[in-house]
Design a protein around this ligand. Structure first.
Ligand SMILES: Nc1ncnc2c1ncn2[C@@H]1O[C@H](COP(=O)(O)OP(=O)(O)OP(=O)(O)O)[C@@H](O)[C@H]1O
Ligand SMILES: [Mg+2]
Length: 226
C-alpha cells in the first residue's frame, strides 16, 4: 500500500537575499491513518516542512509524494487539485473570513470541487455538526470564542473528507481546555492522517508518533521504520 505522504532527501533553501537553509536531507514517510506531531525549536523548519508536505511550497531538492504520486512533475494547477481533493489545512490564526457566516466559511472548503452551492452548504452543516457547532452556523467568526473559531477551521479543513489533515500549531492561540478539545477532535478523525506542529508536550503526546526537527534535520523519530 502506498504511504499517505512521502519525503525523500528533501532540502529547502530560500533564495537570496536570505539564502536560509530551512531543511536538509529530510526523509519522512507517513502512513495512512497515522497521527504525527512535529516538534522543535523556533526556526527549526517545522512550518517549512508542513508547507512542503502540503505542496504549498516545492523543495529545492528531493522528492515529495502524495498518495504515491510524485509531485515534482506536477504543474501549479495540478498541485492545487491535489490540495483541494486530498489535503486539509488548519493554522494557528484560524484564517476565517469575517464577512461570511460560519456555515459559508466551512462551505468554502469545497470551492474547488465543482459542487452546487446547496450541496456545499449541506456538507458544511454536517461538518459543523461533527465539531459540535450546529448551533453557531449563522454566526460570524467575530461572534465566536477562540476555541469555537478553531473548530470552524477544522470543519472547513475536513468538510471534503481529505485523506490528510495538516495543522500548524492548531492550539497555539487556545487555552488549555480549548486546546484539549481541539486535539481530541483531531485525534478522533476516522480514516484521516494527521500531521500537526506543536510546541506543547501534551499535544505532542496525544499523537501516536513524534518527529523532532533541529536546524532543518530530523533528529528524532519515534515511529521511523528500523
Ligand atoms: N519565506 C522565507 N524566506 C526566507 N527564509 C525563510 C522563509 N520562511 C522561513 N524562513 C527561514 O527558514 C527557517 C525555518 O523557518 P520555519 O518557519 O520553518 O520555522 P519553524 O520551525 O516553523 O519556527 P516557529 O516555531 O517559530 O514557527 C527560519 O530560519 C526562517 O527564518
Ligand atoms: Mg512555524
Amino acid at each position: 500500500m502506498t504511504a499517505a505522504l512521502e519525503l525523500h532527501g528533501v532540502a529547502k533553501t530560500y533564495p537570496p537575499p536570505t539564502t536560509v537553509t530551512a531543511l536538509s536531507d529530510v526523509d519522512l514517510v507517513v502512513e495512512h491513518g497515522e497521527t504525527v506531531a512535529i516538534t522543535g525549536a523556533s526556526g527549526a523548519g517545522k512550518s517549512t516542512l508542513l508547507s512542503i508536505l502540503g505542496t504549498l511550497e516545492r523543495p529545492t531538492a528531493g522528492t515529495v509524494r502524495v498518495a504515491g504520486a510524485d509531485t515534482s512533475s506536477m504543474s501549479d494547477s495540478e498541485l492545487s487539485g491535489v490540495r483541494a481533493w486530498h489535503i486539509g489545512f488548519v493554522f494557528q490564526q484560524f484564517y476565517l473570513l469575517d464577512h461570511l457566516t460560519v456555515l459559508d466559511n466551512v462551505a468554502t472548503g469545497l470551492m474547488y470541487r465543482g459542487m452546487p452551492a446547496g450541496t456545499r452548504r449541506e456538507r458544511a452543516a454536517a461538518a459543523l455538526e461533527r465539531v459540535g457547532l450546529e448551533g453557531r452556523m449563522r454566526h460570524r467568526p467575530a461572534q465566536l470564542s477562540g476555541g469555537e473559531r478553531q473548530r470552524v477551521a477544522i470543519a472547513r479543513a475536513v468538510v471534503g473528507g481529505p485523506a490528510v489533515l495538516l495543522a500548524d500549531e492548531p492550539t497555539g492561540n487556545l487555552d488549555r481546555a480549548n486546546g484539549h478539545e481541539v486535539i481530541a477532535l483531531l485525534a478522533g478523525l476516522r480514516d484521516t492522517t494527521v500531521v500537526l506542529i506543536t510546541h506543547n508536550g501534551e499535544v505532542a503526546a496525544a499523537m501516536r508518533r513524534q518527529v523532532q526537527l533541529q536546524d532543518g534535520r530530523v533528529v528524532h523519530d519515534s515511529g521511523a521504520a528500523a
